[in-house]
Ligand binder design. Sequence first.
Ligand SMILES: [Zn+2]
Ligand SMILES: [Zn+2]
Length: 354
Amino acid sequence: MVTTNDEAVSTVWNIHHSPRKRPRVPRFAADPFDALPDDLVLSILSRLASSASRPADFISVISTCKRLKRLAVSSTVLSTVSLKVFAIRASNWSDEAHHFFKLCADAGNMDACYTLGMIRFYCLENRGGGTSLMAKAAMASHSAALYSLAIIQFNGSGGSNSDKDLRAGVALCARAAFLGHVDAMREVGHCLQDGYGVRKNIMEGRRFLIQANARELATALISARELSPHGCQIRDSTIVGGCPLLSYFGCNVPVPESHPANQFLVEWFGSRRVGAPGLRLCWHGGCGRLETRIQEFRKCSVCRAANYCSRACQAVDWKLRHKAECIPVGLWVEEDGDDRVRAEAGGNVVMVDS
Ligand SMILES: [Zn+2]
Ligand SMILES: [Zn+2]
């Protein structure tokens, strides 16, 4: 039986049973987009979310109409949002941005869990909320989350000096290193060489350090090939904008880009002075971590002026910048002109407690 409120069926009935009436011409939707089924739009949104190269690529699209906005907040889409969408500028942070990160984290997006975890822990000083989000990502084998939790354990961040757990830090780092996290490999390597939180094993430590450099070189080569398919300049030690990070291998590579969470921290603490007076930033320019208590970070054992959240940050900053600041250049020139020797000497500049 035909129901009066079913317009489509009613139209068919009119066509076949009212010959005197002029048959209705089927009308197409004014906007073909309205005719697309929801599952197809969800699929397109998921593809967009996972391939977006900056926040605006995704946000500007879903802001165009109510339907896209409604479908975009489904867990199907939010769980696939790419890390680059979370590369939000600290100056653009707002309650709405926080809500978006939270929705993505609740949808099971581990990059959102990690990035929001870092922002909460360091910037919003919500230590418990930040740690639990990072732990959620770490349990899903998110290597950056494992590494950041390791730094928190090494420093006893958010607690007191007695909350340091070096063994837990090494264990978390080892897991992140196993998953290919370069900084974690460096951290484990230096821990083994220094006997910090683990039994000293210089050869094994060196193996980790070489592995970290090799992985970084491989990543740089792949990036260079993508940028220049006809050949790369990676072996050219005079490459513009390069750094001697891989001097073990006799080549320069561009400075690796920091994780969006670190970029956020750098901008956050660079643009506003927050936290208790006397808290120090990690000296590595790409890190952005701020101490959670006075004299939390360890310092360079030579100049005792530079502070670092981790041994990996110290090792990278040494090669990028600090070796020129820490010891007068004249001493290096007298000792040996070979950059490889200088870099390896830098690897022996350990950190001491503040
Ligand atoms: Zn120094
Ligand atoms: Zn650092």
